[in-house]
Design a protein around this ligand. Structure first.
Ligand code: MG
Length: 246
């Protein structure tokens, strides 16, 4: 005992007391109602241009394998140097796979050479479930109706700020989508919600959708559906598209 007591100096005493406390009172410091598990899945987060480890990569710049034309058949859009670009008149494209709740990362660029005004300047769109559009538009020093500018939920929600970069520069959207939930009889149980960050800036904060964004804003019962990108006859480009199912 004499030799043991000699080895425990003043610095070691708090350390030993901490170990004894953990052994005697495991978890007590967390409180009675603490949820200790199961813990959220550990993943590797990505940098801006790198998909996280659990993402489904929809476009990495090499092919259109994950996509098809909304008119049927293969994608007619242009693919060069890792970038896809709308070929006007070749229709929207959509994923072959259908999705529900999701986190979507997508990078887009309106043409450096500015053509057109308002809704005809760099117009495209990201349609969650082919029904709910996050607007893509050149809204840098360009006016249009505010619920139709870049980052709007088309004709429903104005973005909180205009976080647009100049035409010709790559921009990011990070989108969190909660699907609408329907009752068995087709009536709406819970609406869809969208959260959008543009270039890292929050522009839509869990906004409630009134229904589809084309035509009358109504809900029609549906399940999982593909993601689609709009051919609005403007030379908008996309790259680095990935999705995480939630
Ligand atoms: Mg559009």
């Amino acid at each position: 005992m004499k030799s043991l007591s000699l080895k425990i100096n003043k610095i070691e005493i708090p350390f030993l007391l901490a170990i004894i406390a953990v052994l005697i009172f495991p978890f007590h410091s967390f409180g009675q109602n603490t949820n200790l598990g199961p813990a959220p899945k550990v993943i590797t987060p990505g940098l801006v241009t790198t998909p996280p480890s659990d993402a489904i990569v929809l476009f990495d710049g090499t092919n259109f394998d994950a996509w098809e034309s909304t008119k049927g058949g293969g994608v007619k859009w242009d693919l060069k140097k890792g970038i896809m670009t709308v070929v006007p008149g070749t229709y929207d494209i959509m994923t072959k796979k259908s999705f529900g709740d999701c986190q979507l990362h997508i990078e887009w660029r309106s043409p450096a050479i500015v053509v057109g005004e308002s809704q005809n300047r760099g117009n495209s769109g990201i349609f969650l479930q082919r029904k709910y559009e996050v607007q893509v538009l050149d809204s840098y020093n360009s006016e249009t109706y505010i619920d139709g500018q870049a980052g709007s939920i088309y004709k429903q929600h104005v973005p909180l700020v205009n976080a647009c970069l100049p035409p010709g520069e790559w921009q990011t959207y990070d989108i969190i989508f909660n699907v609408p939930v329907f009752n068995d009889n087709g009536t709406l149980n819970s609406p869809a919600y969208l959260t959008v960050l543009q270039n890292g800036v929050l522009i839509q904060n869990h906004v409630e959708l009134k229904g589809k964004t084309s035509g009358e804003a109504i809900y029609e019962k549906h399940g999982k559906l593909p993601l689609s990108l709009q051919d609005h006859r403007c030379l908008v480009s996309y790259r680095n598209i990935w999705i995480r199912e939630l």
